[in-house]
Design a protein around this ligand. Structure first.
Ligand SMILES: C=CC1=C(C)c2cc3[nH]c(cc4nc(cc5[nH]c(cc1n2)c(C)c5CCC(=O)O)C(CCC(=O)O)=C4C)c(C)c3C=C
Ligand SMILES: [Fe+2]
Ligand SMILES: [Fe+2]
Length: 368
């Protein structure tokens, strides 16, 4: 453990090149699909006040007395069903995203950018990612949470964790935080291309369901913009795909506990559709940048069973953008736009890409 009050670099090399740091962040996964590791992960996740608000003491008693005794067993079984040779899918994909983004930026910025990975829960942590950037002499840092829509439960808590580390740095970097990108024309276009490619390969189902992770309804009532941002992403995507009203819907998945969460619920919509005679559906998750337990198990397996049991016949899950080249290109463009004006980009080919992306955005917004 570092016992210094503030972490500094007394042997700083004044001749060393300054770099631009990009901290790519996602939620994180347990270290292994075993019950103990899942319990540690859930304990960290569900102790986060941004995730579970409300009176502290009753919640901690419930969490440690009941939830952390029961849930890890069930969650571990589900994690085992999706675990890969490279580990948890979310983390394995995040590593490939970070490597791919580094490659793309290297081609264009000639080594002055360092990409690091930080997971909000588990490892590599946000503190470890920031330390990598500090040691790389990143004097400017862009934090890029891989959450297209803002919620206090996701991007809010990423900021908290980064701030907690930076509070101990003697020499702070310049900082920027990407606060969601779910309405960026380049994001919508990349998603639309992915869905159209699926249609070309498999044909189009009767309906498309756009499923987002839910949050408790009362967070929305108290001002969390997540619900509205999900609706905006879904509307823009449906428009880009030319989908008529009635051929698509938005729903929220992954609720936890007995309280009200954002509606409509994904599982209920699928059952209603099947009972109403809809035979084929495709389902995509535009709120997830990488496949994970919530998509690979809940969407691809659990909800399929529900739809078929209720009378549906054809159910296809369309994977997330993951490390698709088009996704990495989109992320590179996002980095460039958000780092606009920072010295590492000035006068480079990337700056030109940034200007073009801004012009594209202005055209898209002007057209609506
Ligand atoms: C009160 C609980 C939870 C809130 C609020 C919440 C919001 C939220 N989560 C994501 C993205 C992901 N969540 C994932 C797993 C997951 N989520 C919760 C609880 C809340 N999430 C739990 C307990 C779990 C763990 C799995 C389980 O036991 O069910 C994941 C997948 C992680 C993985 O390892 O694959 C993601 C991704 C968002 C975007 C969000 C709010 C907008
Ligand atoms: Fe979650
Ligand atoms: Fe789930």
């Amino acid at each position: 453990m570092d016992t210094r009050l503030f972490v500094g670099t007394p042997d700083y090399d004044h001749a060393a090149a300054e770099r631009l740091g990009v901290l790519l962040v996602n939620l994180g996964s347990p270290a292994s699909p075993e019950v103990g590791a899942v319990r540690r992960y859930l304990a960290e996740f569900l102790s986060d006040r941004r995730v579970v608000e409300g009176p502290r003491l009753p919640w901690l008693l419930l969490l440690h007395g009941v939830i952390l005794r029961r849930r890890p067993g069930r969650s571990a079984r589900l994690y085992r069903s999706i675990w890969t040779e490279a580990g948890a899918p979310l983390l394995a994909i995040a590593r490939r995203q970070a490597e791919g983004l580094q490659r793309l930026l290297d081609q264009r910025v000639k080594g002055s950018v360092q990409v690091a990975l930080g997971m909000r829960y588990g490892e590599p942590s946000i503190a470890q990612g920031l330390e990598t950037l500090r040691l790389a002499n990143a004097r400017r840092i862009l934090i890029l949470p891989l959450y297209p829509q803002y919620s206090a439960t996701t991007i809010g808590t990423v900021f908290d964790a980064a701030a907690q580390t930076l509070m101990r740095w003697r020499w702070l970097p310049e900082l920027r935080l990407v606060n969601g990108y779910g309405d960026e024309p380049v994001y919508i276009a990349t998603l639309a291309d992915k869905i159209r490619a699926h249609w070309s390969a498999h044909g189009q189902a009767e309906r498309l369901l756009l499923s987002f992770h839910g949050i408790p309804q009362r967070y929305f009532d108290q001002g969390d913009p997540y619900f509205c941002q999900c609706h905006k992403t879904a509307r823009l995507l449906a428009e880009a795909l030319g989908l008529a009203e009635g051929h698509w819907a938005l729903a929220f998945q992954s609720r936890l506990g007995k309280g009200e969460w954002l509606r409509p619920y994904t599982d209920a919509v699928l059952s209603d559709w099947a009972r109403a005679g809809v035979k084929s559906v495709q389902i995509a998750a535009p709120g997830f940048a990488a496949d994970c337990l919530e998509t690979l198990e809940e969407l691809a397996v659990e909800n399929r069973e529900r739809f078929i049991a209720a009378g549906g016949e054809r159910y296809e899950y369309i994977p997330c953008l993951n490390d698709d080249p088009a996704h990495l290109e989109m992320l590179a463009r996002l980095v460039v736009r958000h780092c606009s004006g920072w010295p590492e980009l000035t006068g480079t080919a990337l700056d030109a890409v940034g200007l073009e992306a801004r012009a594209q955005r202005a055209r898209a917004l002007g057209g609506r």
